[in-house]
Design a protein around this ligand. Structure first.
Ligand SMILES: [Mg+2]
Length: 189
């Protein structure tokens, strides 16, 4: 069985560090929950949001983050039983650093970039690669995959709490619930 894993805010807290970056730069007090929920409306224009992200990324700040603790713990167990890959929407200029980040952490998984596909959709990547489950924090990705027959574990966050229910979407509070679900369904010993 193959499991696709999103990177930002699924295994590391991008919004948390981006919030810290903005707070320092603009003397604000934003929480990761607020930043995630209002991401595209943080500034007057979307372009400004992407410029801020670009600056954040350029400084290399998103490549020094720690993994979520529950991910680190559950990952080892899943890795023994499943074919795991990363699937991300990160842009082309982030690739080298992304690869180095995982290498440094001792992760040998293949990293697939949605922008390499004719349409930048995770459902397309999952279908092409035969992914059985996607683990993600983005409701758009979750619904895209769910509507295309791919099962999704959606990590509950402030920015996806209005995601509609779908038979292919399993909403989970943390990575331990991924493990428990797979165990209960006899996919994991
Ligand atoms: Mg994400």
């Amino acid at each position: 069985m193959k499991i696709g894993i999103d990177i930002d805010d699924t295994v590391i807290g991008f919004y948390e560090d981006f919030a810290k970056f903005l707070n320092k730069k603009y003397s604000k007090n934003l929480t990761s929950s607020y930043v995630g929920k209002n991401f595209l409306n943080l500034f007057n224009t979307k372009e400004q949001v992407f410029l801020e992200v670009k600056e954040f990324v350029k400084k290399g700040l998103s490549y020094e983050l720690a993994f979520f603790e529950d991910f680190e713990e559950v990952f080892k167990e899943l890795n023994n039983s499943f074919d795991l890959i990363f699937i991300t929407s990160r842009s082309f200029d982030e690739r080298a650093k992304t690869r180095d980040f995982f290498k440094k952490k001792g992760f040998e998984l293949d990293i697939h970039y949605v922008h390499d596909y004719p349409e930048p959709k995770k459902s397309l990547v999952c279908k092409r690669l035969g992914v059985d489950f996607l683990i993600d924090d983005d409701k758009k990705n979750a619904l895209d995959c769910a509507n295309n027959g791919v099962k999704v574990f959606l990590l509950k966050k402030s920015w996806n709490d209005d995601c509609e229910d779908h038979p292919n979407i399993i909403k989970i509070g943390d990575w331990y619930q991924v493990r428990d679900f797979l165990k209960n369904n006899k996919k994991l010993k």
